[in-house]
Design a protein around this ligand. Structure first.
Ligand code: NAD
Length: 288
């Protein structure tokens, strides 16, 4: 039976460490780190919950958290204008643009206008590109959380067969590069793999299987190699409950380590976001 990762506990420890670092760093009349969240359009309960988690974590670690909400009628250039002024505002450390945005506004396009050193989520093209050269310090928050969980769980990735299901630009693709940087043998699967019928064949090879698809309980127990590490990134609603992309009870029978949903990758993702804000603050305020 697998050991279930306690993401809340990992997040708590990270947040305690961040809180101590921020307390030490912000002395005298220096400004605290400040994270500005931009939302636009209709309210979404899920997005609001995520923003509340960010607010709570920020308050705990000592980051000032401010929200800006633009109306449904906001255009891409309205959001870009806001970003431009926040880029220039010396009291603003980092910016996050929440999803979903009103129809027709590309999240990538607006995030690309944030100064890379103020990119809270680590998804500006420059920060993503730095992963290629293994010198990223502001990292995409969810892949960063997966790497943190593996490190804390003492999973040595060197030479391991890692299979990632999902190839989005914010999760699967950057994570595959971060795994390569740890000298893992990395395979990325996606909808094309599923359509070709070879998803299970690949999953069964995995020493470490990461699933980031957005399909409730897609991965079944008979997809898992005995003793594999299973990391479930998915967040789905099923029968009024939040579930992952992995059938937890079936897969836990085979795996050695598994992350639950909720309470696995999610809380750690918020802590990586906080860590990014601190790293951004250091870049902007601490001269070498
Ligand atoms: P996305 O929609 O951008 O990408 C989905 C990926 O899954 C694509 O690569 C697609 O090709 C692949 N895919 C779709 N159907 C498939 C199938 N049947 N078989 C195999 N592959 C398939 O999604 P995303 O933004 O990367 O998010 C994925 C999931 O992770 C979602 O449930 C999202 O809510 C969750 N998520 C969680 C966190 C967190 O912090 N825990 C953060 C981001 C995303």
């Amino acid at each position: 039976m697998a050991r279930s990762v306690n993401g809340k506990e990992i997040a708590r420890e990270m947040n305690d460490k961040l809180r101590a670092e921020i307390k030490q760093l912000v002395t005298g009349d220096a400004n605290s780190p400040k994270l500005v969240s931009i939302s636009a359009g209709k309210k979404s309960a899920d997005a609001d919950l995520y923003v509340e988690m960010q607010r709570k974590a920020s308050g705990y670690v000592g980051i000032e958290f401010c929200t800006m909400r633009l109306p449904e009628t906001a255009t891409e250039s309205d959001i870009i204008e806001k970003i431009k002024s926040l880029n220039e505002d010396k009291t603003v450390t980092a910016i996050i643009v929440q999803k979903p945005l009103p129809e027709g506004i590309m999240h990538d396009a607006v995030v690309g206008r944030i100064f890379p050193e103020k990119d809270a989520e680590g998804i500006h093209p420059l920060n993503l590109g730095r992963i290629l050269r293994n010198d990223a310090d502001i990292v995409p928050s969810t892949p960063g959380a997966v790497m943190k969980i593996l490190r804390i769980s003492e999973v040595d990735l060197y030479g391991k067969e890692v299979v990632i299901i999902g190839h989005s630009a914010i999760v699967g693709k950057p994570l595959s590069l971060m795994m390569l940087n740890e000298t893992a043998t990395t395979t990325v699967c996606h909808i094309g793999t599923a359509k070709k019928g070879s998803l299970v064949k690949h999953a069964l090879q995995a020493d470490v299987l990461v699933v980031a698809v957005g399909k409730a309980e897609l991965v079944k127990g008979d997809w898992i190699k005995e003793g594999a590490v299973v990391i479930d990134v998915g967040i789905n609603k099923m029968g009024g409950k939040i579930v992952g992309d992995v059938n937890f009870s079936e897969c836990a029978e085979k795996a050695s380590i598994i992350t639950p949903v909720p309470g696995g990758v999610g809380p750690v993702t918020v802590s990586i976001l906080m860590r990014n804000v601190l790293r951004a603050y250091r870049k902007q305020n601490v001269k070498n």
